[in-house]
Design a binder for this molecule. Structure first.
Ligand code: GLP
Length: 235
């Protein structure tokens, strides 16, 4: 894994943007895999303030809460519209359909979308417990899109976005780790001390379902963009 250490999230956004821009302009990247959460926001700001044109490109997001429609302000679809798509529209932007209660249909449909739009560059954040997308510890490292139950620590971490902990959805549809690993290139962004254990397990630990992001060790082209605090427990 390549590791780029940055002093803050602003610089992290700039470093990530350089890779995105280079992949589009020099490698012909056409499909971006995108993530939600606070970590990619500075990258999305760089993208929206750039002169890059995404109108010929496709985006495929990692996950969505089950039960939330795209117009729900807490949905990941809404988040993406606010931070990126409203300002820089893509030709097609896909997010799992959280409003479909039929998990089998929703996840199959999403796998088809991923198959038809192979991801050139995947952006990832990481959960405090090492989850990527919403693949919590214990998720199969070769999985495809699934309905997943969120762990207590993830629910707690996400409570800050909701008025009441009761309102935080307990389930999500998430791209699987197997699908994530099929992306040609992967960038993982992590900032802050509460990511330090997860980053240490991702880089220095064994490849194990206990830390889903450790599966990235098996991918040939992963770049971690992390600040000093997130890097503080690396060997
Ligand atoms: C959620 C998302 C993940 C994201 C994680 C960390 O669980 N499903 O994709 O990586 O939050 O979010 P943050 O970047 O806000 O720490």
């Amino acid at each position: 894994m390549n590791i780029i250490k940055v002093k803050d999230t602003q610089m992290g956004g700039k470093e990530a943007f350089k890779i995105v821009k280079d992949d589009i302009e020099n490698n012909g990247a056409k499909v971006l895999g995108l993530a939600t959460g606070s970590s990619p926001i500075t990258l999305y700001n760089e993208m929206t303030s750039s002169d890059l044109d995404f109108s010929n490109m496709t985006s495929v997001n990692l996950d969505e809460y089950v039960g939330l429609k795209p117009d729900n302000e807490q949905s990941y679809h809404y988040f993406m519209n606010e931070h990126l798509f409203n300002k820089k529209p893509f030709k097609n932007s896909y997010v799992p359909d959280g409003s479909n209660p039929d998990a089998e249909a929703a996840t199959k449909a999403y796998d088809k979308i991923i198959e038809e739009n192979p991801i050139d560059l995947q952006i990832l954040g990481i959960g405090r417990n090492g989850h990527i997308g919403f693949n919590e510890p214990g998720s199969p490292l070769d999985g495809t899109t699934r309905k997943v139950g969120l762990t207590e620590s993830t629910i707690e971490a996400n409570t800050r976005f909701f008025e009441d902990e009761k309102d935080v959805p307990r389930f999500a549809y998430s791209m699987g780790i197997g699908s994530i690993l099929k992306a040609k290139k992967i960038i993982l962004l992590a900032y802050g001390e509460n990511k330090a254990d997860a980053i240490a397990a991702t880089v220095d630990g064994p490849v194990t379902e206990d830390c889903p992001a450790s599966a990235l060790q098996n991918h040939p082209d992963v770049t971690l963009i992390i600040d000093d605090a997130a890097a503080s427990k690396l060997k």
